[in-house]
Design a protein around this ligand. Structure first.
Ligand code: G3I
Length: 316
């Protein structure tokens, strides 16, 4: 059968991957799994390339932690996904506190995006992360409030100029099912494409709940691809209300299979990334009280039924 990245590639995908974080890399039982390029062909840094980590004060760039992840990917023979250039969250206060006029903020965005994308050349980048509210309106943040939606094209253009070979994405959650937010993203893709703004892909995060995976996922992926972009599942996890039961773990296995098979079935879906592979390091319990066990490996680094769901989703 093979391991998860091998199975994804056998299905014509570019990779199966995982998020990871610098503080996890001293865990040798963890890295023994992470470093296997047959299991993970791609890694995303969960925090170390974000704005607060990379430009803590204006014009001062720190790539130490990001470079650790980039070098790890390189030595493991794994692709790297840069995450991310422009996001309302994890901003240093010199950015989030605002007070810039539009010319100044434009230049700040251009410098930030071009420096990141230029430092890590030849990669895929989440250039813009989470621009919309769930009702499909624009998120009110320093970027939108100063520049309107033009901040998106400013960021994408700066990224393209810094590296003509980078793949440029907008990444978002709750666009995995039909509704106002998915429609807003589709309209944004159309408008960027028709005005010649560089955009290669849309990332669908896919932070799901056991028993509640959107049935229309494959159709949504197809609809984005029909607009002339590729798609990727960028942050998959499927959480449950604890305690886990056999029934929940079995439903989770089915749910992972549903998501993977949706990507498998859509030619323009290039790969799937889980938002870390083990419950030991999942972000979920810190954010959703009483929920967890969202990953395909448990907190003891043992494969869960969800792992078999991923294998089955790739048709193996
Ligand atoms: O670095 C500090 C450390 O100095 C401090 O001692 C510690 C105490 O709380 O916090 C550390 O920062 C934490 C950071 O992760 C690094 O571990 C933050 O509190 C914590 O909020 C932050 O969480 C990250 C979260 O984004 C922030 O929104 C998660 O690790 C990360 O997995 C998560 O990733 C996001 C994606 O970027 C975008 N999509 C959603 C996804 C899940 O929320």
């Amino acid at each position: 059968t093979g391991e998860l990245n091998q199975l994804a590639k056998a299905k014509g995908k570019l990779y199966f991957g995982t998020a990871t974080d610098n503080n996890e890399l001293s865990d040798t039982a963890y890295t023994a799994i992470l470093d296997d390029h047959n299991m993970f062909g791609q890694i995303t840094p969960a925090n170390s390339m974000k704005w607060d980590a990379t430009e803590p004060s204006r014009g001062t760039f720190t790539f130490a932690n990001g470079d650790v992840i980039a070098n790890l990917a390189k030595s493991n023979g794994q692709l790297l996904r840069g995450h991310n250039c422009v996001w309302y969250n994890q901003l240093p206060s010199w950015v989030s506190s605002g007070g810039f006029n539009s010319a100044t903020l434009t230049s700040i965005i251009q410098t930030h995006c071009s420096t990141l994308v230029g430092h890590y050349k030849g990669q895929v980048w989440d250039v813009v992360n989470e621009p919309f509210n769930d009702d499909g309106t624009w998120r009110s943040d320093v970027f939108y409030n100063t520049l309107g939606q033009s901040y998106v094209s400013i960021a994408l253009q700066a990224a393209r100029t810094a590296d003509p070979n980078a793949k440029l994405y907008i990444n978002e959650y709750n666009i995995e099912y039909a509704g106002a937010k998915a429609t807003a993203m589709m309209n944004l893709v159309k408008s960027l494409k028709s005005s010649g703004v560089p955009l290669d892909g849309i990332g669908l995060q896919c932070h799901f709940i056991v028993g509640d995976v959107p049935t229309g996922l494959q159709s949504i992926l197809q609809q984005f691809v029909a607009l002339g972009v590729e798609v990727a599942i960028t942050e998959l996890d499927i959480r449950m209300t604890l305690p886990a039961t056999n029934a929940l773990l079995q439903q989770q296995e089915k749910d992972y299979q549903t998501v993977i098979s949706a990507c498998a079935a859509v030619e323009g879906c290039v790969g799937v990334t889980v938002w870390d592979f083990t419950d030991k390091y999942s972000w979920v319990p810190n954010t959703f009280s009483g929920q967890g066990e969202a990953c395909p490996w448990d907190a003891n680094l043992q494969k869960k039924p969800a792992y078999s769901g991923i294998v089955a989703g790739w048709g193996a």
